[in-house]
Design a binder for this molecule. Structure first.
Ligand code: NAI
Length: 461
């Protein structure tokens, strides 16, 4: 029976990164994954394919509207959806193959099949043809999450789709109804709107992007509405009926909405079914998330868990940080995740990026803060490149000036936030950011100016 120092269950960004780090630390590591392509939801049907489609649909939209004001004329722009989807798949396959290569380089044994526990330190891998039993000193559960639905809605990945189906429509929907104005709803709604669909977003709350800074979410709604997304807030979706004509989305206390496709993007739930956790002592919360201590160890000694399956922000990079910290704590005695400095990015146009506390969270804590804000409109590079929407907002402690949160809506916000996350990781003050030289002309100067604005001394606004 094969024995390993560590078995990682799941090869998503949390699991495969943890496996590589453990191998770097000299351990004999195995990784069990049921999908032939490594990389998990993020790579197969999440972050990566959606970014490929966001990028391609953005180019298409820009080309369709032309750049006459910049002296570039285009005629006869055509959409070849099949080619666009093929490109997306090629990106996915290339990156998946890359992880295979990394596993080989680090001599990680890969098992293809569904893993379940058979008592502490024992894992059964059920492949398509056979079953294999493995043993290990330690086991790391990194099984991620799956799409959640609503009662009364059966996702068939045809008419009623999750993000997976919405990445592969073989024709542009006429009217796509999106349930949920979170990350997935806005990103995928944006893709299909750009490609020509009418898109209606139904959201239960009275705002979009719950959890994000409210001022940023409000600005986002304004910009997306101008782009053509239709929002209906305060809509509690009660069910979806598939009819001969398409789909009818029923809303509590309101008229139903008709469309030809429906995207259900109301969150995700942890993947624990089929792991036979009953055979070990792993505890879970009411919502099914595995409970772990500060070392990511479950209530069963020697069994660890990281990523979406333990809850918190369901983000690939949060899972990666946890995977590395867990393995380093195990094999070097030190590892750490700073949950206050984990950025979140919504890859719409403009992008929305955030790190640290929102204004609402600070108010709720009763923490005194100062705020510096700077609009993209007042930045030279933004003007030159035609990216004038949005702003950077920096929130700093009123007494110490320590940066507590940064919220950006604007071009390349997802890249700009990296500087802010690093600053927060180093415990920087807004003065620290303001005193760093930023190259001119760059969009990054908006961050410096927002930091200056905390103290009322932005130069260009
Ligand atoms: P989400 O939690 O971001 O948003 C779900 C939305 O659905 C919420 O606004 C909620 O109020 C709404 N909702 C819930 N029930 C409803 C109902 N009955 N009727 C109408 N609206 C309802 O979830 P989403 O967008 O499905 O994403 C899942 C996870 O994947 C998130 O945790 C997100 O962090 C992650 N993700 C991250 C991305 C990124 O980092 N760029 C991209 C895509 C997903």
């Amino acid at each position: 029976m094969p024995h390993h120092d560590l078995i990682v269950i799941g090869a998503g960004p949390g699991g495969y990164v943890a496996a590589i780090r453990a191998a770097q630390l000299g351990k004999n590591v195995a990784c069990v994954e049921r999908e032939p392509l490594l990389g998990g939801t993020c790579l197969r049907v999440g972050c990566i394919p959606s970014k490929a489609l966001l990028e391609s649909s953005h180019l298409y939209e820009q080309a369709t509207h032309g750049w006459a004001d910049r002296g570039i004329g285009l005629s006869k722009v055509q959409l070849d959806l099949a080619a666009m989807l093929k490109h997306k798949q090629q990106v996915v396959n290339t990156l998946g193959g890359g992880i295979d290569g990394l596993f080989k380089k680090h001599k990680i044994t890969r098992y293809l099949g569904h893993a379940s526990f058979d008592g502490p330190g024992r894992v059964i891998v059920k492949g398509s043809k056979d079953e294999q039993e493995l043993t290990a000193d330690k086991v790391l559960i990194a099984t991620g999450s799956s799409v959640a639905s609503l009662p009364g809605i059966d996702i068939d990945e045809d008419r009623i789709v999750s993000s997976t189906g919405a990445l592969s429509f073989n024709e542009v929907p006429k009217h796509l109804i999106v349930i949920g104005a979170g990350y997935i709803g806005l990103e995928m709604g944006t893709v299909w709107r750009r490609l020509g669909a009418q898109v209606t977003v139904l959201e239960y709350l009275d705002r979009i992007l719950p959890g994000m800074d409210a001022q940023v979410a409000k600005e986002a709604q304004k910009i997306f509405t101008k782009q053509g997304l239709e929002f209906r807030l305060g809509c509690r979706v009660a069910g979806v009926k598939v009819t001969r004509k398409g789909c009818e989305v029923q809303i509590d206390g309101q008229d139903s909405v008709q469309g030809d496709r429906v995207l259900v993007s109301v969150g995700r739930r942890p993947n624990t079914t089929g792991l036979n956790l009953e055979s070990i002592e792993v505890k879970a919360t009411d919502r099914g998330f595995i409970t772990v201590d500060e070392h990511f160890e479950t209530s069963q000694s020697g069994v660890f868990a990281i990523g979406d399956v333990i809850g918190g922000a369901m983000l690939a990079h949060k899972a990666e940080e946890e995977g590395i910290a867990c393995v380093e704590q195990l094999y070097t005695g030190y590892g750490h995740v700073n949950y206050d400095a984990i950025p979140g990015v919504c890859y719409t146009e403009p992008e929305i990026a955030t790190v640290g506390k929102s204004e609402e969270a600070l108010k709720e804590e009763g923490r005194a803060y100062r705020k510096g804000q700077f609009p993209f409109m007042a930045n030279g590079r933004a003007q030159a490149s035609g990216h004038m929407d949005g702003f950077v907002k920096i929130l700093a402690d009123a007494q110490t000036d320590r940066v507590l949160g940064v919220h950006i809506i604007g071009a390349h916000a997802g890249e700009l936030i990296a500087e802010c996350a690093s600053a927060m990781e180093f415990g920087a003050s807004s003065e620290d950011i303001a005193r760093c030289c930023h190259a001119h002309p760059t969009l990054a100067e908006t961050v410096k100016e927002a930091a200056l604005a905390v103290d009322g001394r932005a130069i260009h606004f």
